[in-house]
Design a protein around this ligand. Structure first.
Ligand SMILES: NC(=O)c1ccc[n+]([C@@H]2O[C@H](COP(=O)([O-])OP(=O)(O)OC[C@H]3O[C@@H](n4cnc5c(N)ncnc54)[C@H](OP(=O)(O)O)[C@@H]3O)[C@@H](O)[C@H]2O)c1
Length: 275
């Protein structure tokens, strides 16, 4: 098991939800953290909170859809601390729409953050990790990339792509001393799904639970993390997809409201991430 104290991490989507919970969890381990997100206010508030605990934090307002901005954020982190050990591509956006209303733009918008945003961070950090011959990349996917739920098309496309390259990277980078973990959370209680009602079988998890699972995965160099454990039931989809479809419908796993009935995210977030 690896000791994390003194390591340097960079987290995209560090201003809220899972990213913020992970930053707090890293801080407890005395990991130095660079936090990336677009909204400067929440980013700086979290940085102040962690700095007050004696942890070195670097808030860097960044839009992950902008490749050059992400490169600049990685450069700043390495300039500041001289190295980079843990890269968490976590920034995300929930873009859902029924297939009958899909547009190409829905997919471009989802992929811009959920896929290319993560790719920008990975590509910017990779030369540093390769030079060190050491490092850990964490990709925040979703259980939606084990079985895509109805209404989640644009989100599912991006998360499947992300999980797919995670598996490729893990195999190619193993001999370079770089580990790759793909994380598949179920529903998590964050602003991203604040307005989504979920069935009893898939309750919203506290983001801290995902953060703890990620920390454990980094320590143990795990290839995959599925939280909660009931997510493993989705492997049923490999053997019996129609049975899995039936259960998804029967159990109401897609949640409510239907996206055509209005935004699933809080009105105050309409201009932010949470569309
Ligand atoms: N909540 C769930 O049920 C759930 C389930 C499975 C997987 N996930 C995944 O977990 C990750 C974190 O989501 P969350 O649940 O913690 O949601 P959240 O609280 O809404 O956090 C999303 C984070 O992404 C950042 N972000 C969004 N667009 C960005 C952009 N263009 N550039 C930089 N940062 C951006 C947001 O910051 P700014 O708005 O300040 O930019 C925010 O910090 C996402 O990848 C999500 O897909 C969530």
């Amino acid at each position: 098991m690896r000791d994390l104290e003194g390591r340097v991490a960079i987290i995209s989507g560090g201003s809220s939800g899972i990213g913020a919970a992970l930053a707090r969890a890293f801080a407890r381990e005395r990991v130095r953290v660079a936090l990336l997100a677009r909204r400067e206010g929440p980013l700086r508030a979290l940085a102040q909170e962690l700095a007050a605990q004696g942890v070195e934090v670097l808030p860097i307002p960044t839009d992950v859809t902008q490749e050059e901005a992400v490169q600049a954020a990685v450069d700043r982190t390495v300039d500041r601390w001289g190295r980079l050990d843990i890269v968490v591509a976590n920034a995300g956006q929930y873009v859902r729409k029924p297939v009958t209303a899909w547009t190409v733009e829905d997919f471009q918008r989802s992929c811009a953050v959920n896929f290319y945003g993560a790719l920008h961070l990975v590509l910017a950090a990779l030369p540093v990790l390769r030079r060190q011959r050491e490092g850990h990349i964490v990709l925040m996917s979703s259980l939606d990339a084990k079985k895509g739920l109805p209404l989640d098309g644009p989100y599912v496309a991006a998360k499947y792509a992300l999980s797919g390259i995670g598996g490729v990277m893990r195999q190619e980078l193993r001999d370079e001393g770089i580990d790759v973990t793909v994380v598949y959370p179920g529903r998590v209680d964050t602003p991203m799904i604040a307005n989504l009602k979920v069935p009893w079988i898939s309750p919203k998890l506290p983001p801290e639970k995902v953060a703890r699972a990620v920390l454990k995965a980094i320590r143990k160099r795990k290839a995959e993390v599925i939280v909660p454990w009931t997510g493993y039931l989705l492997y049923l989809d490999l053997l019996a997809p129609r049975l899995a479809d039936y259960l998804v419908k029967k159990l109401g796993l897609s949640g409510e409201p239907h996206p055509a009935s209005g935004p699933t995210h809080p009105p105050e977030a309409e201009n932010g991430t949470h569309r």
